[in-house]
Design a protein around this ligand. Structure first.
Ligand code: CP3
Length: 333
């Protein structure tokens, strides 16, 4: 059994495994080289050879316990025929959301559109670099995808005033998302993903009263589906104020915590396996500080099933040597 599976399934507490969100990306010169030649990000995700190569880039450098497929949560709206573009220094921009168009999508056409993603996963899963390691597939949570589909770009700090006005539209989209997220998850698993992570990057935008409708219920449906396929599932409801209630209701195999939450309070309140927490900005400081902060998480969770990771993705300005130092530090702990 892989170190990550051992932690997630057997609740093993020794030899803390490590992987990092956005471990493949702009901080790596070998990624930037490929990216420069491929200005269209969606097309790059749909290039099975290059996306497989990018997925493996961090494993060639560092002793990580998992690869995460090089793709994006917004490949799902893309496959539902809502256009998606990534603009330099702006982030994603989605096209007009036409309910009629996205209601018409057939499962077979959806799978066809994302076929290169699944082929890339299949290819990576057979690579020797993944021996005794996991291949992490992922999706955006229904809530975060809904935010992007309606808002059509990153919402920064809050939602626009009339976001919830068209309840009919919102409920229809949530149903469509549930159906196709299950298809997307199933295809990733069939092609070799051994763990699924659900990214809910905008969980922190909701008030408590809206959590059941938009987060707990839709995420629980996905978690139960993934568990029914005998695959562990990690949830990352970034910025949610109450991780404990989320875990009690949704019951994922593990919970990824963000960098704003005090790890000691998590240690005291949550019993399921924990992942992540370290502020990615610490990787921009110096080795001494990185060591101190990484050891804080390692020491707090030393008698718990813990997967080392960050509280959000690696920042593009990060020096790869700092990542190497961190991975070694965790492995030698
Ligand atoms: O973690 C990994 O290494 C796997 C690949 C991965 C990407 N996106 C590649 C990517 C994963 C897991 C994601 C998830 C994702 N995408 C999330 C959830 C996690 C989070 O960051 O909160 C979200 C919200 C998105 C949507 C998205 N994609 C945004 C907001 C942006 C622009 C911001 C930015 O960093 O440029 C992206 C682009 C993106 N996705 C890049 C990468 C490597 C950068 C693209 C580039 O090279 O220009």
């Amino acid at each position: 059994m892989t170190p990550i599976q051992n932690c997630l399934i057997n609740n093993k507490t020794t030899n803390t495994p490590i992987w990092l969100m956005r471990q493949a990306g702009r901080y790596l010169p070998e990624f930037r080289k490929i990216r420069k030649l491929n200005p269209n990000f969606i097309n790059l995700c749909l290039n099975e050879e290059l996306s497989a190569e990018i997925t493996l880039q961090p494993l060639k450098r560092f002793n990580l316990d998992a690869a995460i497929i090089f793709s994006d949560i917004l490949m799902l709206p893309y496959a539902l025929n809502q256009s998606v573009e990534f603009k330099k220094n702006f982030g994603p921009e989605l096209g007009y959301l036409d309910l009629e168009t996205i209601s018409k999508i057939e499962e077979i056409d959806f799978i066809k559109k994302l076929h290169p993603v699944y082929k890339s996963i299949n290819k990576v899963s057979k690579n020797n670099l993944l021996k005794n390691k996991d291949l992490i597939g992922f999706v955006g949570a229904p809530w975060t995808l809904l935010v992007y589909m309606i808002n059509r770009h990153s919402p920064k700090k809050k939602l626009f005033k009339d976001f919830f006005k068209d309840k009919f539209l919102i409920n229809k989209i949530l149903l469509i998302l549930e159906k196709f997220l299950k298809v997307h998850i199933n295809q990733q698993i069939k092609n070799g993903a051994t763990v699924i992570q659900i990214f809910d990057s905008w969980a922190g935008l909701l008030e408590d009263k809206d959590l059941p409708n938009y987060i707990y219920i839709p995420t629980l449906n996905l978690v139960n589906y993934i568990k029914s396929l005998n695959i562990p599932v990690i949830c990352f409801p970034k910025g949610i104020k109450n991780y404990k209630t989320f875990c009690q209701i949704v019951k994922p195999s593990a919970i990824n915590i963000d960098y704003n939450i005090d790890p000691i309070s998590i240690f005291e309140k949550i019993e399921i396996p924990i992942q992540g927490g370290l502020n990615p900005k610490i990787l921009l400081s110096n080795r001494e500080n990185l060591k101190k902060e990484a050891l804080r998480y390692l020491n707090i969770f030393k008698d718990r099933p813990y997967i080392f990771n960050l509280g959000h993705g690696v920042i593009p300005e990060t020096d790869p040597a700092m990542v190497e130092y961190l991975v070694k530090l965790v492995k030698d702990y």
